[in-house]
Design a protein around this ligand. Structure first.
Ligand SMILES: Cc1cc2nc3c(=O)[nH]c(=O)nc-3n(C[C@H](O)[C@H](O)[C@H](O)COP(=O)(O)O)c2cc1C
Length: 204
């Protein structure tokens, strides 16, 4: 055999073998590398002094957990670590309304991103709040949370309904209807689900 057909035979057998071999780095089956690559991580971080925001946070996590391929992690601002934030594809933050804005521990968590040199670019964000009064700052609190996210290059999920709505989930915890209602918890679930779906799409 002279050189040219030998090289041709080598090239053909190489391409046949390459075609049969699995794509580098991708394994079949659940838990393999391919499955892991599809997974999206949604982190829910909140502060709650009297339990209302915690109820909403649990419902947000429940909603996100419904999305196939989404892994959820629920933490308070005191528990969350830099690594939790860094490895999240979706980040949902919840706060009680304190004087029409987020509570100080939540602001501290956000302010720490700078000192921790965290890169939040292209993570998907969402926000929720609970407030005692009917029109006493839930929307301004949510907007403050979303502004901080936008300011860090995140992509935020807006209204939960297709036509219009607030920019996140919220609950009125005092007047006229004390506690967190099932309707409000359902909005929290919707928020979790929406952020998880968006994060999954963006990763895909
Ligand atoms: C210091 C402080 C300030 C508050 N300011 C507001 C406010 O401006 N508007 C409002 O609707 N509720 C206000 N509240 C009520 C809380 O937002 C409400 O009770 C909330 O659901 C508490 O959440 P948590 O149970 O998760 O701690 C305030 C509560 C505190 C302690």
């Amino acid at each position: 055999m002279n050189k040219l057909p030998r090289m041709l035979a080598f090239a053909i057998s190489f391409f046949i073998l390459a075609g049969l071999a699995p794509f580098p780095g991708v394994e079949d089956g659940a838990g393999g590398l391919a499955a892991q690559a599809k997974k999206t991580r949604v982190l829910i971080v909140y502060f709650s002094a009297t339990g209302n925001t915690e109820k909403m946070a649990r419902a947000v996590a429940e909603g996100a957990g419904k999305v196939e391929g989404a892994e959820t992690l629920l933490k308070t601002v005191a528990e969350v670590t830099r690594a939790d934030v860094e490895s999240a594809d979706g980040l949902i933050i919840g706060s009680p309304v304190y004087y029409a804005n987020m509570a100080a521990p939540v602001k501290q968590f956000i302010d720490d991103w700078y000192a921790q040199n965290l890169n939040l670019f292209d993570k998907v964000g969402g926000a929720f709040a609970t407030g005692g009064g009917l029109t006493a700052g839930r929307e301004t609190t949510i907007n403050s949370l979303l502004l901080a996210m936008l300011n860090n290059g995140m992509i935020v999920a807006g209204p939960l309904y297709e036509s219009w709505g607030t920019f996140g989930a919220s609950a009125v915890t005092d007047a006229p209807d004390p506690g967190v209602s099932e309707y409000e918890l359902n909005d929290a679930r919707r928020l979790g689900e929406r952020v998880a779906r968006l994060a999954l799409k963006l990763k895909g």
